[in-house]
Design a protein around this ligand. Structure first.
Ligand SMILES: NCc1[nH]cc(CCC(=O)O)c1CC(=O)O
Length: 304
């Protein structure tokens, strides 16, 4: 089956399409035939088991998971930070592409508000908690939708600023007029990384995709996601994590905040490349032992 056409599933936002096209181009450069399959809704798809039984949970990834298990697509491309830490049964990580800009940025209309009071828009618990930790007098409002929608909403609002992943804007070539890098903000685990998933029994696609894998990026995002998995226990919380490789050293920073940003538990560790086995888990345990357990308990009761 050397001539099999690889069907690439993608959601239809501009960012998702850019990411899928990028993977398509890489595969075609390796001589593969590909086809892009935009997947819209799950409405007309019938599976023989309930979603939870298949381990399908993520709101961004659900549609593509179902299409894959239904054999409408062979592979799917995701922003890795949107992918739940446990993949559905039968779906595996096949490639992690070289990571782009990991940082969050603040798109604003002037920075005078920073030292007084202001309104910041974000739909992310992690961004909200970190912003309030640094600027307790500011007001944070909810902002959802894809990148273009969020940017439009900011323009049409009286908010001072909104927070975005730099990678998302760069990928769709959206250059905001005014922005600053939030290098003090710890990004989401796997932010800026793209994950391609395939079916566990699909050796053809797995072999093709293995060539696209970027090992250093893989090492880093795996540490970050292990930290997340160990901390969250299936619930969403304001958690940031970033691993970086500098020469022979891996530097890791992980944080957990209370929802209001008042409490912060941080862990920083360095290990030699090759000695990262279990690092995410160890760091998560350290956070839990240093007050993180109480923070997580409080978050779980508030989110009920
Ligand atoms: N949650 C939405 C989402 N998922 C991936 C990206 C951008 C790319 C990335 O962070 O890897 C974004 C937009 C954002 O967070 O501003």
């Amino acid at each position: 089956m050397l001539n099999k056409t690889i069907r690439i599933g993608t959601r239809d936002s501009e960012l998702a399409l850019w990411q899928a096209h990028t993977v398509q181009e890489c595969l075609e450069n390796l001589g593969h035939k590909t086809e892009l399959v935009p997947v819209k809704s799950t409405g007309d798809i019938v599976l023989d088991k309930p979603l939870y039984e298949l381990g399908i949970t993520g709101i961004f990834t659900k549609t593509l998971d179902i299409a894959m298990l239904n054999d409408d697509i062979d592979i799917a491309v995701h922003s890795m930070k949107d992918v739940p830490t446990a993949l559905p049964k039968g779906i595996v990580e096949a490639a992690i592409l070289e990571r782009a800009n990991v940082n969050d940025i603040l798109v604003h209309k002037g920075l005078d508000f920073l030292n007084s009071s202001g309104t910041i828009a974000t739909g992310s618990l992690r961004r909200k908690a970190q912003w309030l930790h640094k600027y307790p007098d500011h007001n944070v409002v909810d902002l959802r939708g894809n990148v273009n929608t969020r940017m439009q909403k900011l323009t049409n609002s009286n908010w001072n600023a909104a927070i975005f992943a730099a990678a998302g804007l760069e990928r769709i070539d959206l250059k905001p007029e005014n922005y600053i890098d939030l290098d003090w903000m710890v990004p989401a685990p796997a932010q800026g990384a793209m994950l391609v998933v395939a079916k566990e029994d699909d050796d053809f696609c797995k072999e093709a995709l293995a060539k696209l894998n970027h090992e250093k990026s893989e090492i880093c995002v795996h540490i970050e996601r292990e930290f997340l998995r160990e901390l969250e226990g299936g619930c969403t919380a304001p958690i940031g994590a970033l691993a970086k490789i500098e020469g022979e050293e891996i530097q890791f920073k992980g944080v957990l905040f209370s929802l209001d940003g008042k409490e912060k538990v941080e862990v920083i560790k360095k290990v030699t490349v090759g000695a990262e086995q279990g690092l995410g888990k160890i760091c998560a345990q350290e956070v839990l032992n240093n007050g993180g357990e109480e923070v997580m308990k409080e978050i779980k009761t508030m989110m009920k």
